[in-house]
Each structure stands twice: as structure tokens, then as C-alpha cells.
Ligand binder design. Structure first.
Ligand SMILES: Cc1cc2nc3c(=O)[nH]c(=O)nc-3n(C[C@H](O)[C@H](O)[C@H](O)COP(=O)(O)OP(=O)(O)OC[C@H]3O[C@@H](n4cnc5c(N)ncnc54)[C@H](O)[C@@H]3O)c2cc1C
Length: 467
């Protein structure tokens, strides 16, 4: 097995930036469903804990509402009931019922359907009764709103799709399963940063006799007739392969790596018409002081919820208000910054490049506005303490990670783009081509991507059978 990666180091969204003594995880920070990682390591013949130390985080995250009130999410049902009661005493029973519904959705949506290949229509037809039972035609927000009334609680229980690029007002309610997933298995941090997980994965590949080549861009997947035969690299070399697995964003794979004439299903038109997740503006910064009152994960919400999301997902305009996610890994692991300092990243959901925004012109002004918001809310005097800074914009998601329209999470997790309707793990258009990762079934986020790898394992024929 040969893995070809265009960047100078492995990781993709989980790439690690090192600047002025600070270590910044560029993407994923919350590890949920750790059992999937354990399973992967078991399959690879190693012990997860020999490579990676996962530390449970409490609170899972702090939500700071615009009125200054905070809500800490954690895994203890009793503590959660008390916190819900503090926000809205009348919603405790509804909250309990919602958690019951979340578990029921998890049992079907994750345990039963998360690992089905959805290769054929019959796979889809078979799950229709389950989809009806789970009311998956409803959106996450709608389902939450049937259980609780308090507007802040509705936000707290419905914002999970944003973690995988979806709008809670359009994302299928199947994603309500995340609430139970978090409660049951917790939210974890990889000590030393997500790079440790990436290094562990590379070790697993090496142990299987595989190779990882960084700095190698695939410019095309070569095809003879309708069968994949290998990859052409940007340097001009060609590699022959019995099978090709593309982990590149699925829309990008079809649109730019495969010739138009072999694509019957994933035509240019279908790719253009599809609905893409939001993008992100991410600011990585280090401070020469610590902010000990700031939790490891904090959502700093703005005055608007539904309307802000409509700006991002539907109107595709850049709003003047923000809902931010602030990561402070040094709350858990001081080794990620020089002594007495804090490492941070803050991300702001923004429209994908369908907005027409020119980020090379607006990035610095937007960064300053985000900094101002943080300074007014949770990081007083921030301006005076920033000692290192860099940003990632939607343009970088497109140019660096090759994500169609710079969408940070690939195709949006709406019902019409889920399961059979998502690009299949066994390509519908090209023989011996397989897809894996956020743009395939079941979708984005580390648990989704690991599940897609599990599905892949059931559809890829053993390499020897192809020889
Ligand atoms: C800022 C951010 C925060 C997130 N936080 C979380 C979180 O806390 N928890 C969570 O579970 N999920 C989180 N996610 C989501 C999660 O990180 C992603 O869904 C997941 O990492 C996607 O993995 P992937 O393998 O599909 O894509 P990628 O990691 O992007 O992998 C695709 C790889 O293909 C390479 N590539 C592209 N084109 C080519 C080419 N032509 N030739 C060679 N190589 C190529 C890219 O460089 C990249 O390395 C976050 C995502 C982002 C962006």
C-alpha cells in the first residue's frame, strides 16, 4: 500500500502547525467514539495506549450565551439535570426524554447504519422503516424543539451538526445521536496534540508494510476504459495500482481527478448543484500570558442563531456578528506552549467559496473583528498579549486541502445527501476505485471518517484477489 499526500506532512485537516514554540492542531480537537480508534489499532495489531494517550475532558465544552450565562456540558446525568434546571426548570423532563431519543437514534443510526456500504438501492430501501421510526426527515433543531422550550437549551442541544459542518436547521435529526455518543463515551483530548494520533496512524501503516509519501500531489487517477489503474503525480510520474482509494474530498475527486467521460453519476452538473457544508475562518494564536478561567473548549455565541446560520448557509454572506468556538489546549496540556503562555485557536463558521468573498482582501479585517469579540467576552486585553498568529480561510480549504468550494466538511449532511445519496465507498462510476473520508458515507468528523474506513473494509476486495 502506498499513501500519497500532497502536503509536506501527514494529517490533512489534522495537520500540526508549529510556530514560535507553540503547537497548534489545525483541525480536530475533540475525540469522541474512542472505541473506533481502539478497534483500528487492534486490527493493526497494536495497542492504542502505546501510541496515544487520550484524556477525558470535563466539562466537555462550555457554551457562553450572548447574555453572559454559561452552560457546561458533561457526561454525568445528575449534574446535567441540575445544569438544565438552572437554565430552565420546566425543561428537565423534556431534556431527559431528548436524551432517551438520542440514545434510540444512536442505536440505529450509528450502530446499525453507520457501517452499511449503501452500495445499492436495496440497502436504502431496507432502512426506510428505520428512517421513518427515527423521524429522520425532521431536522436536528425541530426534534430538539419538540422536547425543550428554553431558547438557550434549544441551542445547546442542537448545535452538534455545526461540529461536522451542518446547519442544525437543515441537518437530518439522525445527528441528534451525538448527544448520547458524548454522554456515553465522553469527549477526549489527545495529549501532545492531534499530531500524536496522526503519527500513530502512520506507524500502523508502516507496520502493515505500507508507505506514506508526503509532498506528492496526485494530478489524476488513471483510468483504462472504466477501470482505475493507478495515479498520475504532479511531477509527471505514474504509479500503477490494483486498486485506488481516494481520501481526497469526494466532490474534488470526481470533478478534478477523473475524466468527465467516465463519470455517469458524478457529472460536473451534479457536483455543481450539490449542497456543501459551511467553511471556516480559523485564527491560531499564542499569548504571552495564561487565561486560566477559559475552559479547554468554549463556544462563544453571538446574539443570533437561526439568522446567523441562514447568513452562512443560505444567503452566503459574511455576518458582522459571530458564534465562535475557542480551543485552549494548554488548559489540559501545558507542553503545547512556552512556559507561562497559552496556545489557542478560534474558529468562526463562514460561507463556503460560493459566497464570492475574496479572502485575500478581507482576512485581516475579519481576524481583527474576531479578536475584538474575544477581547470583549472571554479574553480580556487580548491584543496586548498575542505573540504569534496565523489564519486559515475558506480559500486555504480549497487550495491546500483540495476541498470543493473550500467547504470545511465536504458535502453537507442533509438527508438528500446521506447514505445511498452520498458518493459511495465503492465508486459508482469507475471500477476498482474506492472512496473514503468525510465526503463519503457516513460523513464528516473523526467518528464518521473512521466509520467510512470500516465500510471500506467491507467493500474493497482483498488485494490478492485482484492479482
Ligand atoms: C477546523 C476543524 C475542526 C474540526 N474539529 C473536529 C473535532 O473536534 N472532532 C471531530 O471529530 N472532527 C472535527 N473536524 C472534522 C474532521 O477533522 C474531518 O471531518 C476529518 O479530519 C476529515 O478527514 P478526511 O480524511 O476526510 O479529510 P482530510 O483530513 O482533509 O484528508 C484528505 C487528504 O488528502 C490530501 N489531498 C488532497 N488532494 C490531494 C491530491 N490531489 N494528492 C494528494 N493528496 C491530496 C489532503 O492534503 C489531505 O491530507 C474538524 C474539522 C476542521 C476543519
Amino acid at each position: 500500500m502506498t499513501v500519497l499526500e500532497r502536503l509536506d506532512a501527514p494529517g490533512g485537516r489534522a495537520y500540526v502547525n508549529r510556530q514560535h514554540g507553540f503547537t497548534f492542531d489545525s483541525g480536530p480537537t475533540m475525540v469522541t467514539a474512542p472505541f473506533l480508534l481502539k478497534e483500528l489499532w487492534d486490527i493493526g495489531g497494536r495497542k492504542l495506549e502505546d501510541d496515544v494517550q487520550l484524556l477525558p475532558i470535563s466539562p466537555f465544552y462550555r457554551i457562553r450565551f450572548d447574555d453572559g450565562e454559561s452552560f457546561d456540558a458533561c457526561g454525568d446525568p445528575e449534574t446535567m439535570r441540575a445544569r438544565v434546571a438552572r437554565l430552565s426548570a420546566g425543561d428537565v423532563t423534556g431534556y431527559e426524554r431528548f436524551m432517551g431519543a438520542s440514545e434510540a437514534i444512536f442505536r440505529i443510526g450509528f450502530e446499525r447504519l453507520g457501517h452499511v456500504p449503501f452500495d445499492s438501492w436495496t440497502d436504502m430501501v431496507r432502512i426506510v422503516p428505520d428512517m421513518i421510526k427515527l423521524a429522520s426527515h425532521r431536522t436536528v433543531y425541530d426534534l430538539v424543539a419538540t422536547y425543550v422550550k428554553d431558547p438557550r437549551l434549544r441551542i445547546a442541544l442542537s448545535l452538534h451538526p455545526l461540529l461536522i459542518g451542518g446547519n442544525p436547521f437543515t441537518t437530518t435529526s439522525i445527528y441528534c445521536l451525538i448527544a448520547f455518543l458524548e454522554r456515553r463515551w465522553g469527549v477526549h483530548f489527545v495529549m501532545g496534540g492531534i499530531g500524536r494520533l496522526v503519527q500513530g496512524l502512520v506507524r500502523l501503516i508502516h507496520d502493515q508494510g505500507g508507505l506514506v509519501h508526503c509532498g506528492e500531489e496526485v494530478s489524476a487517477i488513471t483510468v483504462t476504459g472504466r477501470t482505475a489503474t493507478g495515479a498520475r503525480l504532479a511531477c509527471g510520474h505514474e504509479l500503477h495500482a490494483d486498486i485506488v482509494v481516494s481520501n481526497v474530498d469526494s466532490a474534488w475527486t470526481y470533478r478534478y481527478l477523473l475524466p468527465r467521460e467516465v463519470r455517469r453519476r458524478w457529472t460536473d452538473q451534479r457536483i455543481e448543484r450539490a449542497c456543501y457544508s459551511m467553511s471556516l475562518f480559523v485564527w491560531y494564536f499564542g499569548t504571552n500570558r495564561r487565561y486560566p478561567d477559559v475552559a479547554h473548549h468554549t463556544m462563544v455565541l453571538g446574539p443570533r442563531y437561526r439568522e446567523l446560520l441562514a447568513d452562512i448557509f443560505e444567503r452566503k454572506v459574511l455576518a458582522g456578528d459571530f458564534s465562535l468556538y475557542l480551543h485552549r489546549p494548554t488548559a489540559t496540556d501545558a507542553s503545547l506552549a512556552p512556559e507561562g503562555c497559552d496556545a489557542f485557536y478560534v474558529l468562526s463558521p463562514v460561507p463556503h467559496l460560493g459566497s464570492g468573498l475574496d479572502w485575500s482582501r478581507i482576512a485581516e479585517a475579519y481576524r481583527r473583528a474576531v479578536a475584538q469579540r474575544l477581547q470583549e467576552t472571554v479574553l480580556p486585553d487580548l491584543d496586548a498579549h498575542v505573540v504569534t498568529s496565523s489564519v486559515m480561510t475558506p480559500q486555504d480549504f480549497q487550495d491546500r486541502l483540495r476541498s470543493f468550494r473550500g467547504a470545511a466538511f465536504g458535502l453537507a449532511p442533509v438527508l438528500s445527501q446521506s447514505a445511498w445519496f452520498r458518493p459511495h465507498n465503492r465508486s459508482e462510476d469507475v471500477e476498482r476505485l474506492y472512496l473514503v473520508g468525510a465526503g463519503t458515507h457516513p460523513g464528516a468528523g473523526l467518528p464518521g471518517v473512521l466509520s467510512s474506513a470500516r465500510v471500506l473494509d467491507t467493500v474493497v476486495p482483498h488485494a490478492r484477489a485482484l492479482a
